[in-house]
Design a binder for this molecule. Structure first.
Ligand SMILES: [Zn+2]
Length: 257
């Protein structure tokens, strides 16, 4: 592939949570990446619908997944994993919450690792260890590293913007830092969230649920530049542009580079 990409999704991470989490690496990211603290996700602001929109560049109305229960698309549009695979991309996927596996249809990933977040206290760190090992040894073209504990153990268990939630964001940013420090010269790294949250929930169209941060770190992006009018639908066209892949006509987002 033309260029390689690592995409990290930190579940339920609000921009103000990221800015208040106390991890000094956030300032480094702002200097080294193009970024926004005002990107918009889709409604309903729920994990599987939002990730389907991320990977298919379509709103939930069009991909048809409106809850955390997967339903196959009526009108088939190729998503990022299939599209990359059709160009010969070697894809890798690391996740701690099982329902998210449906963003990558069968046969599109060479490497896929699931560790059950309900059965482990530090699944995001373990998955990052696995991702680092695979990237180091196998150099896949596209990597999707999903971090779930910010949402489950931070937001839902302790409350959005609670101490525990901010702590979980800081841990996820440490994981992102490990990936960037080792592979940031070889890979363009994109960091996003799927949605925000408020009190102990998300799913509404409130700004706290709908607004997400994003970072794009790589030679295609101007370091330190603040991006405007960014949607979660823009991520898949952007990854395709970076990797030299033609976008699907049906995709509704736009490439940011
Ligand atoms: Zn989520």
């Amino acid at each position: 592939m033309q260029n390689k990409v690592i995409l990290i999704s930190i579940d339920g991470m609000r921009p103000d949570g990221l800015q208040q989490c106390g991890n000094p690496y956030v300032e480094t990211l702002k200097k080294e990446a193009a970024y926004t603290f005002a990107a918009q996700t889709v409604f309903p602001s729920i994990t599987l619908p939002c990730h389907m929109s991320l990977f298919y560049s379509l709103p939930p109305m069009r991909h048809g997944v409106v809850s955390n229960t997967f339903v196959p698309q009526v009108h088939q549009v190729m998503g990022l994993f299939e599209k990359l695979r059709s160009y010969g991309s070697v894809n890798a996927f690391f996740y701690g919450w099982e329902p998210i596996r449906d963003v990558a249809p069968p046969t599109t990933c060479k490497f896929a690792t699931h560790i059950n977040a309900y059965m482990d206290e530090s699944v995001d760190t373990l998955l990052t260890d696995e991702a680092v090992k695979t990237i180091r040894e196998r150099k896949p073209d596209f990597v999707f590293l999903y971090q779930v504990e910010t949402d489950e153990k931070g937001g839902h268990d302790a409350g959005w913007m609670s101490e525990e939630y901010l702590h979980r964001i800081s841990l996820a940013i440490d994981n992102a830092r490990r990936v960037i420090e080792e592979f940031g010269d070889e890979y363009t790294v994109i960091i996003t969230a799927d949605h925000g949250g408020h009190e102990r929930m998300h799913g509404t169209d409130l700004p706290e649920d709908m607004t997400i941060p994003m970072f794009f770190r790589g030679p295609q992006f101007e370091a330190g530049r603040e991006l405007e009018n960014v949607s979660i639908l823009d991520i898949t066209p952007t990854v395709a542009a970076i990797m030299g892949v033609e976008p699907e006509r049906e995709w509704e987002g736009r490439a940011l580079c």
